[in-house]
Design a protein around this ligand. Sequence first.
Ligand code: ATP
Ligand code: MG
Length: 464
Amino acid sequence: MIRRFIDRIFSASPKQRKLIHGHQVTPKKIAKRSHHINPDLLSKNAVKVTAVLQEAGYDAYIVGGAVRDLLLGIAPKDFDVATDATPEEVQKLFRRSRVIGRRFQIVHVTFYGKDRPEIIEVSTFRAHVQADEAHVAASGRILRDNVWGSQAEDATRRDFTINAMYYDPHTETVLDYHGGMQDIEAKTIRMIGEPTQRYREDPVRMLRAIRFAAKTGFAIEPKTRAPLEQLANLIQDVPSARLFDEILKLLMSGHAWSSISQLQAAGLHHKILPLIDEITSHEDRLTFVKKSLENTDNRIKSGKPVSAGFLFATLLWHDVQEAWARYENNDMPTIPALHAAIDEVLESQKSFLGMQRRHEADMREIWTMQPRLEKRVGRYPFRLVETNKFKAGYDFLLLRAEVGEVSEDLSEWWTNFWLGDDIQRQELMTLAKSESTETSSTNKKRRRRTRSKNAKPKAPEQTN
Ligand code: ATP
Ligand code: MG
């Protein structure tokens, strides 16, 4: 205890003073008066985890993205804690905890409160793994990374300087090993170490650079940006489920359009979302997708849930429409043509996206509901409006109405039907009878038009 107290007062602990690659690494200590972290933005549970670990004699800090966000005055969406206790030692201290992960072994400590349960991720300080064959693929990608190290080593293996700071809620001090604070002030995303090597070790870092740039509005420092285009192909080595998670994080960052256009500007989209080129080169697609991503950002900002199926349903909707028109023009009836189009589009995405089946099922549901929402006959609207699938299909219809793809009258009709009682619903059905045949034939014509319009690409729009 006394040693810890003296260390705190005089300088970094012996662990922090450890040599790394021959360099003395001591962190800059940033006191409360210089960092202005608002304690109200802290998670009580994260503070509790650090306190329990510290009381048991371990080092423990809030770390990574949470510190970055706190320094920016943003409420972090989750909290990570880093410690010199091993996962087993951490697990012994918390009843509701479990060790998870293979590549990174971490401990999830769960807290149950009034709202959703909160999970605090606790990771043990790790050393930067050297490129020995047991851990590294031919491309340089690190496969397993469970070598414990000092805090200084742990800081060095993190990705960007702004993500490598440690905050002790007890002393309210930030420890900064790589000039992260300066980069926060200069609004810069800078890779720790040699960028090319760090991207080779883990190509997902390229997508993370884009995500943080979009989220913070910071510029990617030139040396950190330079290798992106050349190394873009490495993304195809990333397991597809991890890649899909990263894409979702980009789309759900609250800055989806900026993420997408920065991804495209850096040339990183070819192997993950090649459809971005299609979207940005067709004005109608662009308007629709931008509108959808704007809605997504607003939902995220107001804490509402966003579904991956819905997002991808909007991104791929014009592909579906094109294929649908093609099948219809080959004399396939409307609904089978739509199903054939959906099969084709989902199949074509398989090699890019590790999308889970449940997302595909959601997308199919949303798309197949569209012609039905336009028809409004028989008992179908009455049954549909009671199902839990209705809301997604209806939201999608609202989006289409917003860009003028279906009439505002139709979306309003559904809003009234959804909110109405039995008598009002009957009246609305009578009103719909006359309109529905007209709408569906216009849509068939419009789909044909969409196809011929899309056949002639326009010059790409300025997307920034
Ligand atoms: P956010 O949670 O806001 O998306 P984050 O920076 O917290 O951003 P996490 O994925 O939660 O991102 O990771 C927590 C921390 O772990 C990061 O801040 C960084 O220090 C480190 N980290 C995460 N992924 C990597 C990686 N691929 N390479 C190196 N360090 C990483
Ligand atoms: Mg995080």
